[in-house]
Design a protein around this ligand. Structure first.
Ligand SMILES: NC(=O)CC[C@H](N)C(=O)O
Length: 337
């Protein structure tokens, strides 16, 4: 006699926040001209009947915005809802649909502050659902596939775009007119093919269960701002940001986070006034800032952002500053996360 073993489907919650994956254009030829954040979560889920074979999927509309407009308050609101769901016994995995412009920031934020080993997948699309060759359906299908898989547990917050599984820490939007937009300098962790995930490597940096940060202990996020560097840069932006109350300034530097000789004195003075100076790099394919190389960080009491791009450095700095204002502690965190 054959005994049929009924495998129970995982329960996956889709938290929708807006973006192009919820976008709509006037014609199928509009892949770049459209309105983001138009389609509701129920319609997104209903548009992919195949999801019901992967998991029991339900949706929640957390917000409906384009991701460039996400505020720190929005981040905290989303983070708290993710934590509530992760604590719930009847939730096995969480998918967050998100605009792609700041998707890498939200994914890294959640990677730092969610105390769970349940899969959390952040996903978006480069083309609205109304466009020819829209990529949102498959990206979301892949996200639900990964969120409902056993293998995705304990791997930190993940991003499924263009069939790849990327670490939320490492991934960044590299181009805005291709579906092959999200890359990491260190490569994807795996692939999703026909609803099944294939893994090749694991994240090495601290995240989720192994993180010292917890969304439940974070009441608000401090003001951390970014100043962009280039030839002939002046110190005006740095001073203005400090004046407006920034607790830390991320130097989005050239090359190895280098600092113009015109800017160095202002940054020394700001540090003396208590502002944290964090040197990162805006090099396109992935910056990597070495301590005491381009600048004497020990002498100036500055911090380096390691391989984090400026926008990710801002996320870690905000979260880190909720715990410490000690520059040595901040530097430790920048090496470990
Ligand atoms: N491809 C996108 O999702 C970009 C749309 C919009 N700017 C956003 O980030 O929400």
């Amino acid at each position: 006699k054959e005994v049929e073993t009924q495998t129970k489907l995982a329960n996956v919650v889709v938290l929708a926040t807006g973006g192009t994956i919820a976008g709509a254009g006037a014609s199928a030829a509009n892949s770049a001209t459209y309105q983001a954040a138009k389609v509701g979560v129920e319609q997104l889920i209903a548009g992919i009947p195949e999801l019901s074979k992967l998991a029991n999927v339900r949706g929640e509309q957390v917000m409906q915005i384009a991701s460039e407009s996400i505020t720190n308050e929005n981040l905290l609101q989303l983070g708290r809802r993710v934590a509530e769901l992760a604590d719930s016994k009847d939730v096995d995995g969480i998918v967050i649909t998100h605009g792609t412009d700041t998707l890498e920031e939200t994914a890294y934020f959640l990677n730092l502050v969610e105390k769970t080993d349940k899969p959390i997948i952040v996903v978006g699309s480069m083309r609205p659902g109304t466009a020819m060759s829209a990529d949102g359906m498959l990206n979301l299908y892949n996200a639900v596939a990964v969120a409902s898989s056993k293998e995705a547990h304990g791997k930190g917050v993940l991003v499924t775009m263009n069939d790849e599984i990327q670490s939320g820490r490492d991934v960044s939007k590299m181009i805005n007119i291709k579906t092959e937009a999200f890359k990491s300098a260190w490569g994807p962790l795996g692939m999703v093919v026909e609803g099944k995930s294939y893994w090749f490597r694991l994240p090495a940096k601290r995240h989720t269960m192994d993180s010292e940060f917890d969304i439940k202990n974070i009441k608000s996020l401090p003001d951390v701002e970014i100043a962009y560097s280039y030839g002939n840069v002046s110190d005006t932006a740095y001073k203005a940001l400090a004046q407006s109350g920034a607790k830390a300034i991320i130097h989005a530097g050239t090359g190895n986070g280098s600092v113009s000789s015109r800017v160095v004195p202002a940054l020394q003075a700001l540090r003396k006034d208590g502002v944290q100076i964090i040197r990162s790099s805006h090099v396109n394919a992935g910056g990597f800032v070495l301590r005491n190389a381009e600048q004497p960080d020990d002498k100036y009491d500055w911090v380096v952002a390691h391989d984090l791009n400026p926008q990710k450095a801002r996320i870690l700095a905000m979260v880190a500053l909720t715990k410490t204002n000690d520059s040595k502690e901040l530097q430790r965190m920048f090496w470990e996360y």
